[in-house]
Design a protein around this ligand. Structure first.
Ligand code: NAD
Length: 361
């Protein structure tokens, strides 16, 4: 029997609530696919800090390294906002991504038919939307050195970060975007700020050169400010958006709102050992503990794990169909609630998808 090990990192706030729903799904997939899943849970973020004094405890990092894939809830919260930057819960994410070499973040923004009216944009603008943001994840300004805050001679302070990309970092993320585009509509839009930042001028040059090896993929370039505008003006013009760490962080949150709620969108971080799968939302301290959190992004992240880390794409298809079917039945968590919808809490939404999955496969 095929075995897979998964490091489960629930984290903080709504993290443990949505991970609990994902665990229900994993149990069903295990029996339906006749595989063995070894789940090992570790603390991360604020929970890691409380347990060991560090947001990414050694035991958690070791567990993640040994696993075939990592499933993460979310980290952070007001309780840890005043501690030193290096110990903040969010630092654990950067540590996991860089230690596991997960340099590519895939964030689909796909709208379910039943939620077309949950978007703040007009139906005709978002109907059938299906775009994928490929964000570079372990380089750029979030990692570049020098960085910090210094006191100047006159006593005032100066803060600085550095935007750095090497040729090989650009090529390897471009490869991910072009290969994934070949399996979609065959279009890549590379987003940069080449008119102002030399580093992204190099990005544009290398991506243009790289595209010559992919004659079946159409490449266009766009400045980030224009892309932010085009995403709300006419998002369906995009297929795959390829971009840097910081631009991808911002644009993928913007793209998420086109689909109705940040609570709907999964993500996959791949490229190195295994892969890490997580909803794109944070720990949502404002709704934690209320059974209000939408678990669908986390459940769909499980689908991405089976597709990208275990090569079991059919499980991803089953999960998308199960989620779609629950939404078609009219069930909605608060964040996607609309007139006539049947309100479901986190637990009930998890149970509903699990029940559909049982019947489907
Ligand atoms: P957030 O994503 O946690 O919340 C933004 C808004 O969306 C809130 O109103 C929240 O209630 C709502 N929301 C988020 N997820 C939801 C869900 N599944 N269902 C229903 N509603 C949902 O972002 P924030 O408020 O900026 O950050 C809160 C904390 O999370 C901060 O500490 C931040 O650093 C951290 N954070 C963590 C991650 C991560 O773990 N990957 C990502 C982003 C933010």
């Amino acid at each position: 029997m095929q075995e897979y090990s998964i490091a489960v990192l629930p984290g903080d706030g709504i993290g443990p609530e949505v991970i609990k729903q994902a665990n229900k799904i994993l149990k069903i997939l295990e029996s339906k696919l006749e595989i063995k899943l070894n789940l090992n849970e570790f603390p991360v973020g604020g929970a890691g800090y409380e347990a060991t004094g560090h947001p990414l405890p050694d035991e958690t990092m070791d567990g993640a390294r040994k696993a075939d894939a990592v499933l993460l809830g979310a980290v952070g919260g007001p309780k840890w906002e005043s501690i030193d930057f290096s110990l903040r819960p969010e630092r654990a994410l950067l540590g996991l991504r860089s230690n596991l070499g997960l340099f590519a973040n895939l964030r689909p923004a796909k709208i379910f038919d039943a939620l077309t009216d949950a978007s703040t944009l007009k139906r005709e603008v978002v109907e059938k939307l299906d775009i994928l943001v490929v964000r570079e994840l372990t380089g750029g300004i979030y990692f570049g050195k020098p960085r910090g805050v210094e006191t100047l001679e006159d006593g005032s302070r100066k803060g600085f970060n550095t935007l750095v990309y090497t040729e090989s970092e650009i090529k390897r993320i471009a490869k991910v975007a072009f290969e994934v585009a070949q399996k979609r509509q065959g279009r890549v839009c590379s987003v940069d700020k080449a008119n102002v930042l030399e580093c992204t001028g190099l990005w544009r040059e290398i991506v243009t050169d790289f595209a010559k090896d992919y004659p079946d993929v159409a490449l266009e370039h766009m400045y980030v400010d224009n892309c932010a505008m085009q995403l709300v003006r006419n998002p369906k013009q995009f297929d795959v958006i390829l971009t840097t760490n910081m631009f991808g962080d911002i644009l993928s949150d913007e793209a998420s709102m086109l689909t109705g709620s940040i609570g709907m969108l999964p993500s996959a971080s791949v490229g190195g050992k295994g892969g890490m799968f997580e909803p794109i939302h944070g720990s949502a301290p404002d709704i934690a503990g209320k059974d209000w959190a939408n678990p669908l992004a986390t459940i769909l992240s499980v689908g991405m794990m089976f597709k990208y880390s275990f090569d079991l794409e059919k499980a991803n298809g089953w999960l998308e169909t199960a989620v779609e079917s629950v939404l078609n039945d009219g069930y909605r968590t608060k964040d996607i609630m609309s007139e006539g919808g049947k309100e479901a809490g986190t637990e009930q939404m998890g149970d509903l998808v699990a029940a559909k999955l049982e019947k489907l496969c």
